[in-house]
Design a protein. Structure first.
Length: 527
């Protein structure tokens, strides 16, 4: 039986401090914490929210975690799920300290500054990105001290990724009881939210004011949770950064066929063989898969669910960066760009080339980067349109345009600094308000943007509206007067840039588009 039981919300008094933090009673038992990195902050690490998905529980819905006796030590992070991690030459790399990978990885972490269990602070639950094949809730980018310091409880957690998180297979479908398989990583996300619902009051959080927020694959997870019947009522607001409704394109039958091919590639004849494989045998193929329309966790195409008005109608912040494709290597020539444009768009090729000109090789490459970014911007705006046409709650769009102060002598494997700009995920260090994690020459502009973004996010978690004292007014999305908040040298609301180009991309959603958050197009060659 999967994790479907709902226990009574736990509200208890704080116990005497241990190692600088009170001991908290959760449904599984007592857990100690440690002092956070800021005064008054406490962090509780490595709390199990589901049973280890190992052995016969591999590729099953998460089960309830077992209770423990005594007080659990919450001063250390738990293992991360098996994956391929970023290397030290990546612009995304922040040394997380010692990390252990294990299939026993379904744990979460709580940052809080609440004085008692009765504080009822708004709750921010983070869903990490990583293309659904890597990432964890322990990465330094996501440590919650600074957000919590502004008056929230912050939760991060691990969910299964890669083939361990998203394998569909006929025998798995048959044994599930729901005629579905795959989407185990999404079911982990639901299980973590159910744990939050039952337990967060004990940490001073308000289970009726839970905001899910995520970036890239985490942003797409946020979108998928808004259309999943399993997560109804588990959150009241949503924030999606550089990821939206377009990540669950595979259907169950296609995913099962891919699962059968995968099994054959590793010499497995059936499900028993697959469950006997060790993690090292799976590691080479951890990047396969991703969310699917399985008829259970995701019952239909997400956009169709919105058009039917069957989504969780909650306030939303959605947006993207100005140069989403900046960390990708994009190469083309003017000739190749024109040829492919005519092949993909036929009589509309000249319209496409007006928005994304290719008069020279350099111009063609610049257009490819622009289109990669605007694919994501168009998708986020389209989400806002669907939501406003088929729901009542408000939506706030943003664009992150600030180019960070890269060290001039820095070298990253993703490419030269000149191509990065406001690259995919650059906003994370601002949203979490911890610029100090990178030893870059931050300016007052950067510090102001970090303070504004983190304040908007916490305000939104508290009220469903990001606005508050001392912040530039952020108008809600309106289909007639389309504005967004632009985080740049000056943070201010502006008309959505290049709306006619976004309209063209909306009208051609499949032409050259990648199945990914950073877009793509006819000019793109990845390496």
């Amino acid at each position: 039986m999967g994790l479907i039981a709902v226990a009574t919300i736990i509200i208890c008094a704080w116990r005497a401090p241990v190692a600088g933090a009170p001991v908290v009673r959760t449904e599984g038992g007592m857990v100690s914490g440690s002092a956070g990195s800021l005064p008054g902050m406490r962090v509780y690490k490595g709390i199990p929210y589901a049973a280890p998905p190992v052995g016969d529980l591999r590729w099953r819905a998460p089960h309830l975690a077992a209770a423990w006796k005594g007080t659990r030590d919450g001063s250390r992070f738990a293992p991360i799920c098996p994956q391929k991690t970023d290397d030290r030459d990546s612009i995304y790399y922040l040394n997380p300290g010692p990390q252990i990978e294990s299939e026993d990885c379904l744990y979460l972490n709580v940052w809080t500054g609440a004085h008692s269990a009765s504080d009822r602070l708004p709750v921010l639950v983070w869903l990490y990105g990583g293309g659904f094949d890597h990432g964890s809730g322990t990465e330094k980018y996501y440590w919650g001290d600074d957000l919590a310091h502004k008056g929230a409880v912050v939760v991060t957690f691990n969910y299964r990724v890669g083939v361990l998180g998203f394998l569909a297979y006929p025998e798995l479908t048959e044994e599930s009881g729901h005629d579905a398989s795959g989407n185990y990583g999404l079911m982990d996300q639901v299980a973590a939210l159910r744990w939050v619902r039952r337990n967060i009051a004990a940490f001073g959080g308000d289970p009726e004011r839970v905001t899910i927020f995520g970036q890239s694959a985490g942003g797409s997870s946020v979108a998928l949770l808004t259309v999943s019947p399993l997560s109804v009522g588990l959150f009241q607001r949503a924030i999606a950064e550089s990821g939206g409704l377009g990540q669950a394109g595979r259907k169950l039958a296609d995913a099962e066929s891919a699962g059968v091919a995968f099994a054959a590639s590793v010499g497995a004849r059936n499900l028993d063989d697959l469950r006997r494989l060790n993690v090292d045998q799976l590691r080479a193929v951890l990047g396969t898969g991703g969310p699917i329309v399985d008829g259970y966790v995701i019952p239909d195409d997400p956009a169709a669910i919105y058009r039917a008005g069957k989504q969780s109608d909650v306030p939303l912040i959605a947006g993207s960066t100005e140069n989403e494709g900046g960390v990708r290597s994009i190469n083309t020539t003017a000739t190749a760009a024109e040829v492919i444009a005519h092949r993909l768009f036929a009589e509309e090729a000249e319209d496409y080339l007006r928005y994304y000109p290719a008069g020279s090789d350099a111009e063609a490459i610049a257009s490819a980067y622009r289109q990669a970014a605007e694919r994501t911007a168009a998708a986020q705006r389209n989400w806002a349109r669907l939501k406003s046409a088929n729901g009542k709650s408000s939506t706030y769009l943003y664009r992150f345009s600030r180019v960070p102060p890269f060290p001039p002598d820095a070298h990253f494997r993703e490419g030269p600094l000149a191509q990065f700009g406001a690259y995919h995920s650059v906003e994370l260090i601002y949203v979490f308000d911890h610029l100090y994690l990178k030893n870059w020459t931050w300016t007052d502009v950067d510090r102001r943007i970090a303070d504004q973004m983190s304040s908007y996010w916490v305000n939104f978690a508290a009220t469903g509206n990001p606005n508050g004292p001392g912040l530039p007014l952020w108008p809600g999305y309106d289909a007639q007067d389309q504005q967004l908040m632009n985080f740049a040298e000056t943070t201010r609301a502006v008309p959505i840039p290049r709306q006619d180009a976004l309209d063209f991309l909306d009208a051609h959603p499949l032409a050259g588009a990648r199945s990914g958050v950073a877009g793509g197009g006819p000019n793109v060659v990845n390496r």
